[in-house]
Write a new protein. Structure first.
Length: 241
């Protein structure tokens, strides 16, 4: 549960929650990047503070974790299935600019990798891939994305380009979440909104939390999200695959 009530009248239209499938991509529009409120990360001093935290955490993870863990995971991935060690995918970044997002490959090479979300019993997942997703180790290469200034440690999760186009046509103020850099973890994720999104109302809840984060961002808020993420990983909280 979130610790502060969402101030929905300020941020969102009061549409009913929608159940159902997304519209086909060819009929959807991507929306516009029109801010619906002033947010703290508009200020350069706040962006600098966030960037310093991002660089510090990323360097620590790359130095003390990925330096020895990457060769081990790479070996396991290659022994388990054919294909590259890293999975690369275009995702929607800040200001809706596409960037290449990196992950450890957790699926067999397949034609639907760039359009279809993973599910809990997804046949495309490898044995090592299931472990990587369950522990979120597949996300570790995104700390390189953070150092390249494409992502932040905390922020709205980046979506596939196709999904951005579809959700942007269905959800009010969806595109406003792209006013900041996407994150490895986020407020929506630590509040339980992660994993497969089967219904539109589930994504609406994620967007509400993303916009709440955008409006109420502080350095302490980022630290809280990161700490909550660590606790969830140590508890092996279900819901991620």
């Amino acid at each position: 549960m979130i610790s502060k009530p969402l101030k929905q009248p300020m941020l969102y239209h009061n549409n009913p929650l929608l159940h159902g499938d997304l519209p086909p991509a060819e009929t959807a529009t991507s929306g516009t990047l029109q801010p619906v409120f002033a947010h703290p990360l508009e200020r350069p001093v706040n962006r600098l503070a966030k960037r310093v935290l991002d660089i510090g955490i990323s360097l620590a993870v790359l130095t003390f974790v990925m330096s020895w863990l990457t060769p081990l995971l790479a070996l396991l991935i290659k022994l388990d299935s054919r294909g590259p060690v890293f999975f690369k995918q275009l995702r929607s970044g800040k200001n809706n600019q596409a960037f290449t997002c990196y992950k450890f490959r957790s699926m067999r090479v397949n034609a639907q990798a760039h359009t279809l979300q993973a599910t809990q019993e997804d046949a495309r997942l490898t044995r090592v891939g299931r472990f990587l997703r369950r522990t979120s180790l597949d996300e570790l290469p995104q700390f390189f994305n953070v150092l390249c200034n494409h992502m932040s440690v905390a922020g709205p999760r980046p979506h596939m380009l196709l999904h951005t186009e579809q959700y942007g046509a269905c959800i009010d103020n969806y595109m406003s979440r792209l006013l900041v850099k996407p994150g490895i973890t986020g407020w929506a994720q630590v509040c339980g909104y992660r994993g497969e999104t089967r219904y539109l109302f589930e994504m609406e809840q994620r967007v509400q939390h993303d916009l709440y984060y955008l409006q109420y961002w502080t350095p302490a808020f980022d630290r809280k999200i990161i700490w909550m993420t660590v606790k969830l990983l140590l508890r092996r909280t279900p819901g991620v695959y």
